[in-house]
Write a protein that binds this ligand. Structure first.
Ligand code: GDP
Length: 139
């Protein structure tokens, strides 16, 4: 059963380049309601935990370094079929393969520095959202 919430991060590369506004605009224009929102920074422990599924991959160290090098925007988004629809809106992991009109096509520069995160399942969306936001900060 598809649930109606997903979790996103605007990654350090996009925050550094001043793309917070542009990306949030694509998110709301895409029909997503922002339920929770904040500017924050991941610690090394946070990033290692968040990306634990990739811990054996050769790029893991690079990924943790990238994700902790500056602030990110964390957000919970609401829409029917949120997880799947948001994955469509962000596009493929590698921007060279991302479809026209997607956030990564417009703002990502490489497979590593790819501007945004989008949860890959309803279960992970709930875990990732709860990691950043308490109930009183979900609207
Ligand atoms: P996603 O679900 O589309 O974000 O992709 P994955 O779950 O496969 O990978 C998680 C994140 O790891 C990606 O969004 C990238 O930031 C990073 N990543 C994936 N593949 C590579 C790679 O080959 N090199 C580097 N440096 N980072 C990668």
């Amino acid at each position: 059963m598809a649930t109606n919430r997903t979790f996103t991060m605007i990654k350090p590369d996009a925050v550094e380049k001043g793309h917070i506004g542009g990306i949030l605009n694509m998110i709301t224009e895409g029909g997503f309601k922002i339920v929770s929102l904040k500017l924050t920074q991941l610690t090394v422990a946070d990033a290692q935990k968040f990306y634990a599924v990739h811990s054996a991959r050769p790029f893991f160290g690079e990924l943790v370094e990238f994700m902790t090098r500056g602030p990110i925007v964390a957000a919970i988004l609401e829409k029917d079929n949120a997880v799947e629809d948001f994955r469509k809106l962000i596009g493929a992991t590698n921007p060279a393969e991302a479809a026209e009109g997607t956030i990564r096509k417009k703002y990502a520069t490489s497979i590593g520095e790819n501007a945004v995160h989008g949860s890959d399942s309803d279960e992970n969306a709930a875990i990732e959202g709860a990691f950043h936001f308490a109930g009183r900060d979900m609207f």
